[in-house]
Design a protein around this ligand. Structure first.
Ligand code: SAM
Length: 429
C-alpha cells in the first residue's frame, strides 16, 4: 500500500510505527481500530476521527489529499451508491426534506459565524464556484467574473424583476442591482445572512429596489413572478426527491419566456450520487446535513419535468477545484483566528472539507454545472401572471447579443481549462 504512494507517508499507532522518517504526511492514530479503516480506504472514517481528536495529521493539505485520493481509488468507477436502492433513496429524500428540517440543517451550516466565513471567502463572501475567466485572476476577481457571467447569461436589463434563490451574503443580488439595474429579491434560510444583507442594502441606499427575505423557496407567494431567476449553490440542499417540484416552482415563478440559471454541484458519475469511502457520511455529519447530489443528466431530466427548456450547459468543474483550494489556503493562513471564532473540532472539520472537496473536483468525483433554461412561451399553467404579450420568444433570447457574447468567452475558457489536464495546473499551488 505504501510503495506506490504519491508522497512520503509516516504512520504511527499505539505501539507501532511505519514509513518514511522525513515524511511529507504523518498520520498518528490514537486508537488501533482506525488501522482497519485506513487499510480499507475509508477516508471519511479517518476524517471523522481527526475531527474528534482520535487522530492527528501533519503535512500540507495538498499532500494529505494526494494520499487520501490514493487510498480511496475511484469511487466513480466503483459505483458506490450506499445501501439504498434508487427508489428508496428517492422516498427517503422526500421524507427527510421538509421546511422545518431544511431550515434547521441550513442554519446549522450558514449561521456558524459570519466572521468565520469571512476569513477565507472573498470580500463579497460569495460561497460558490468562482469563474477564472483569465487564469491569472485572484479569487476576488474570479468571483466578480462569475457574478457577471451569470448576469450576462441571464441577459439582465434595467427594470427586470430578478429573483436570487439562496442569495447567501448578497454577492449576486447586489451585483445585479448595481450593475444591471434590476429590481432584485433575494431569499435565504440563514438568519445571519438575512441580517447582513439587509444592512448592506440599507448602507448602499438600495432600499426601494432590492430586498432580502428570510424565506424558504416553497414559501414564495404563488402569484409572484419574475423575469429572471438565479439559483446559485442552493439546489444541493433541495434533495433528489424534491428536484422535480423545485424546478416546477422556479418555472411557475417565471414569466413565459423568462430565463433561469441553476448553478450547482452534481455527482461526477451516474452511479456515485453518494460519495463512497465514507466521505458522504462525513459531509452529512460535520458539514452539510441534508445535502444531496445527483448527476447532471438527472438534473436535466428534473428540469424538463418541471416544465423548463434547457438552453445551455456549462461545466465549471476545474474552476471549483481552484476556488476550493483558494478557500482552503485562506483558512490555512487564518487557523489561529478561526480557532478564536469557533471550536477546534469545527476548524478541523472545515480544513478537511475544503481540501477534500478541492480534491474531489480535481478527481472528477464531483462536478459543477451552470444550466441556463427558459420557461417556454407555450407553458401557461395559470400560475404566471399573464405577461406573455410582452415576453420574448425563447428563440429571440438564445440569439440575443448578450448570450452570444457570454458564450464566446466561456467556450474559449472551457477549452483552455480542460487543456490543462494535470490537477497541479488548476491553480497556483
Ligand atoms: C452555498 S450558499 C450559496 C449562496 C450564494 N448563492 C452564493 O453563491 O454565494 C446556499 C444558499 O442557499 C440558501 N438555501 C438553502 N436552502 C434553501 C431553501 N430551502 N430556501 C431558501 N434558501 C435556501 C442558504 O440559506 C444559502 O444562502
Amino acid at each position: 500500500m505504501f510503495a506506490s504512494l504519491p508522497c512520503k507517508l509516516a504512520l504511527a499507532w499505539p505501539g507501532g510505527r511505519l514509513g518514511a522518517k522525513a515524511a511529507d504526511v504523518s498520520l498518528t492514530l490514537h486508537d488501533t481500530p482506525l488501522l482497519l479503516g485506513l487499510m480499507r480506504g475509508q477516508i471519511g472514517q479517518l476524517a471523522d476521527a481527526y475531527v474528534r481528536g482520535r487522530m492527528d495529521i501533519e503535512g500540507s493539505l495538498a499532500d494529505v489529499m494526494k494520499v487520501a485520493a490514493h487510498l480511496v481509488g475511484d469511487p466513480v468507477k466503483r459505483g458506490e451508491q450506499g445501501l439504498w436502492p434508487a427508489r428508496m433513496r428517492h422516498w427517503r429524500s422526500r421524507w427527510r426534506h421538509h421546511q422545518m428540517r431544511d431550515a434547521r440543517s441550513v442554519q446549522s451550516h450558514y449561521d456558524l459565524s459570519d466572521e468565520f466565513f469571512a476569513l477565507w471567502l472573498d470580500p463579497r463572501r460569495v460561497y460558490s464556484c468562482a469563474y477564472f475567466r483569465d487564469p491569472g485572476m485572484s479569487l476576488a476577481e474570479a468571483q466578480e467574473a462569475k457574478l457577471d457571467h451569470i448576469c450576462r447569461k441571464l441577459q439582465l436589463a434595467p427594470g427586470q424583476r430578478f429573483l436570487d434563490v439562496g442569495a447567501g451574503w448578497g454577492g449576486l443580488l447586489l451585483w445585479a442591482a448595481e450593475h444591471y439595474g434590476v429590481q432584485a429579491t433575494g431569499i435565504t434560510l440563514s438568519q445571519n445572512q438575512h441580517r447582513y444583507v439587509t444592512q448592506l442594502i440599507e448602507e448602499r441606499g438600495l432600499g426601494g429596489r432590492v430586498e432580502m427575505r428570510l424565506l424558504d423557496y416553497r414559501q414564495l407567494p404563488e402569484s409572484q413572478t419574475f423575469d429572471r431567476i438565479a439559483s446559485v449553490g442552493m439546489f444541493e440542499h433541495v434533495g433528489r426527491g424534491h428536484l422535480r417540484s423545485y424546478f416546477a416552482r422556479l418555472c411557475s415563478h417565471l414569466r413565459p419566456g423568462g430565463l433561469v440559471l441553476n448553478h450547482g454541484i452534481t455527482a461526477g458519475g451516474l452511479r456515485n450520487e453518494s460519495l463512497g469511502a465514507g466521505i458522504g457520511d462525513y459531509i452529512e455529519q460535520h458539514i452539510f446535513p441534508g445535502g444531496e447530489l445527483v448527476h447532471v443528466a438527472q438534473v436535466a431530466q428534473h428540469l424538463a419535468e418541471g416544465g423548463l427548456e434547457l438552453l445551455d450547459a456549462e461545466n465549471l468543474r476545474p474552476h471549483y477545484a481552484r476556488t476550493l483550494w483558494a478557500w482552503s489556503d485562506g483558512l490555512e493562513r487564518q487557523l489561529e483566528a478561526a480557532r478564536g471564532l469557533t471550536d477546534e473540532a469545527k476548524v478541523r472539520a472545515y480544513r478537511l472539507y475544503l481540501a477534500g472537496s478541492a480534491m474531489s473536483f480535481e478527481q472528477g468525483w464531483l462536478s459543477l454545472y451552470q444550466l441556463l433554461a427558459a420557461r417556454p412561451n407555450g407553458v401557461a399553467d395559470g400560475v404566471a401572471d399573464g405577461v406573455a404579450a410582452d415576453a420574448a420568444t425563447t428563440a429571440d433570447l438564445v440569439t440575443a447579443d448578450g448570450l452570444r457574447g457570454a458564450q464566446s468567452d466561456y467556450r474559449f475558457n472551457r477549452a483552455h481549462m480542460y487543456a490543462q489536464t494535470e490537477p497541479e495546473n488548476y491553480g497556483p499551488r
